[in-house]
Design a protein around this ligand. Structure first.
Ligand SMILES: CC(C)(COP(=O)(O)OP(=O)(O)OC[C@H]1O[C@@H](n2cnc3c(N)ncnc32)[C@H](O)[C@@H]1OP(=O)(O)O)[C@@H](O)C(=O)NCCC(=O)NCCS
Length: 150
């Protein structure tokens, strides 16, 4: 069954806090950080949920109101047992459909080869590196996407 991709609603909060812990462990956002994301859904955040009756994935975008400012893809994750079945791709497709005419930027840990492969597959290209950006000293790869370049 392919999950439906839909905008998050308030009742998704607890499920996304829990799924984020499963997906990111010590790097998960706190419940209060997630509450802040949800509070910003009316302004500059887009949260999409992959819904199979339960949430199995999500993507979070920061979408500034000024169209000349880049969108930032803050997070995309899929429940571990469901990976490599296309859900991450479904989430990226739905996210980028909302970014017509915009530049999208993201940072990914240099060692996160699955995420980097996902992003490259959608046309993101590396534009710079931030040395020692993450706790533990891992570099961040900064990647950029623009619809015209798809
Ligand atoms: C990155 C992530 C979201 C990918 O989700 P997914 O549902 O497995 O992705 P898909 O099945 O749609 O894969 C799409 C493509 O991405 C690439 N990809 C995904 N996982 C990969 C892996 N482990 N190794 C190599 N390529 C990979 C492939 O090109 C894949 O296409 P293919 O299966 O036809 O080869 C998932 O691995 C995840 O949740 N990781 C942990 C959270 C994370 O690190 N998020 C990114 C930083 S915010």
């Amino acid at each position: 069954m392919r999950p439906a991709i839909r905008p998050a609603v308030a009742k998704d909060l607890d499920a996304l806090v829990a799924l984020d812990r499963v997906c990111f462990g010590a790097s998960a956002w706190s419940a209060s950080a997630w509450r802040n994301e949800f509070a910003r859904l009316e302004t500059d955040r887009v949260v999409l949920v992959a819904d199979e009756g339960v949430a199995v994935g999500y993507v979070v975008l920061l979408v500034p109101s000024a169209v000349e400012d880049p969108v930032e893809l803050l997070r995309v994750a899929v429940e571990p047992a469901q990976r490599r079945t296309g859900i991450g791709g479904q989430l990226m497709t739905a996210a980028l459909q909302r970014c017509a005419g915009r530049v999208v930027l993201l940072e990914v840990a240099a060692g996160n080869k699955s995420a980097e492969a996902l992003y490259r597959g959608f046309g993101f290209g590396e534009i710079s590196r931030r040395r020692g950006y993450y706790a533990g000293g891992e570099d961040a790869v900064v990647m950029r996407w623009q619809e015209d370049h798809e």
